[in-house]
Design a protein around this ligand. Structure first.
Ligand code: KG4
Ligand code: ZN
Length: 353
């Protein structure tokens, strides 16, 4: 089965073709990736310091057909080779989701192929199965740590489509905390990666920031206080005229150190509580080097395994939607295309069943 995946939930337009045959034959899942194309709108939104929903939808409309053509060319496939179309049905920006949904339903109608509405987070949490290197694939059940711009969740994954929420953020998502803190330090949106880089030049010990909910006993997170603690230090430095490069590096270091410690601690507790021995890290913040190093160190020390998506599949992309769609299709979960159904998007949608 060859599945076309379409991702348009936020500010990336991603398309990909995935062939399920290698997976069905027990071969590594990444061998099924036939081709992909991605356009990031980051530059367009940068002037506004965040994603402008209306601009996002309009840009998805402009990009989706050229990206489909690019994907087909890279895959050496024709439209007729597609067996099913998977698209991100939610959660995300309503207008942006509508573009993907309308396009997917229209194309599926004209090709007379089935359609699969995929949960964006399911795409993220299954993407570590596409890794080319690292430990062998995690066995079900495993724990997934989803850390993106919109979500921070620990999930027990019992099987495809069987997800139990173990804990989540009560306020800002980890990526949101990164982006807001980066903005306080004068970095462009989305500043997660730049903040992480800035932190690499910082000194340990100059600032001690709070570890929110570290000992709360549950698996929930809170990051808004951490960002406020950084804001207070920035205000102090402004007043004392010490807001220089060293300050920025040191406070960035303290921020990353605190956030990584809390996330690592909660992820370890989730493994302990569930008895799982495999941890999967997914979502944009999963690209963070400090978090990867800390998690790998802690998990490996116990003799357990941590699984990452390939770096280029950490942020939003069409491959993860095509892959999740293919696995759903193999479970016979699909529907006929429906042009009325184009409007059946789920901007808010819980993954856990
Ligand atoms: O998963 P994603 O592409 O989009 C959402 O679904 O939210 O995640 C984007 C988030 C942004 O907040 C971005 O700043 C953050 O991931 N991010 C990082 C890094 N790379 C991306 N945060 C920290 N360190 C990174 N290296
Ligand atoms: Zn995402």
């Amino acid at each position: 089965m060859i599945v076309l995946g379409i991702e348009t939930s936020c500010d990336e337009t991603g398309l990909a073709l995935y062939d399920s045959r290698p997976w069905e034959q027990g071969q590594p899942a990444h061998l099924g990736i036939l081709g992909q194309a991605l356009h990031s709108q980051i530059e367009m939104h940068q002037d506004y310091g965040g994603v402008v929903p209306e601009l996002a939808s309009r840009d998805h409309i402009r990009r989706v057909i050229p990206l489909l053509n690019k994907t087909l060319k890279e895959s050496h496939c024709s439209l007729e080779a597609i067996d099913a179309i998977a698209y991100t049905q939610g959660p995300g920006l309503a207008g942006a989701l509508l573009v993907g949904s309308a396009f997917a339903n229209a194309l599926a109608s004209s090709l007379k192929k089935p359609i699969i509405g995929v949960h964006h987070l399911e795409g993220h949490l299954l993407s570590p199965l596409l890794a080319k290197e690292g430990p062998p694939h995690p066995e079900f059940p495993f724990v997934a740590l989803l850390v993106s711009g919109g979500h921070t969740q620990l999930m027990l994954v019992k099987g495809i489509g069987q997800y139990e929420l173990l804990g989540e953020t009560v306020d800002d998502a980890a990526g949101e905390a990164f982006d807001k803190t980066a903005k306080l330090l004068g970095l462009d949106y989305p500043g997660g990666a730049a903040l992480s880089k800035l932190a690499e030049g910082g000194q340990r010990g100059r600032f001690e920031l709070p570890r929110p909910m570290l000992h709360s006993g549950d698996l929930d997170f809170s990051f808004s206080g951490l960002k406020t603690a950084v804001l207070n230090q920035v205000k102090k430095a402004e007043a004392n005229n010490t807001l220089n490069e060293n300050f920025r590096q040191d406070i960035a270091f303290a921020f990353v150190e605190s956030l990584v410690e809390v996330i690592t601690h909660k992820a370890m507790s989730a493994l302990d509580k569930t008895g799982c021995r495999d941890l999967v890290l997914a979502g944009g913040v999963g690209a963070n080097r400090q978090l990867r190093a800390a998690l790998t160190g802690m998990v490996n020390k116990k003799g357990w395994a941590v699984h990452y998506p390939p770096l280029e599949l950490c942020t939003d992309n069409g491959v993860m939607i095509a892959f999740a769609g293919a696995l759903r299709l193999l479970q016979k979960e699909f529907s006929p295309p429906d042009l009325q159904g184009s409007f059946d998007i789920k901007p808010r949608w819980e993954l856990s069943s």
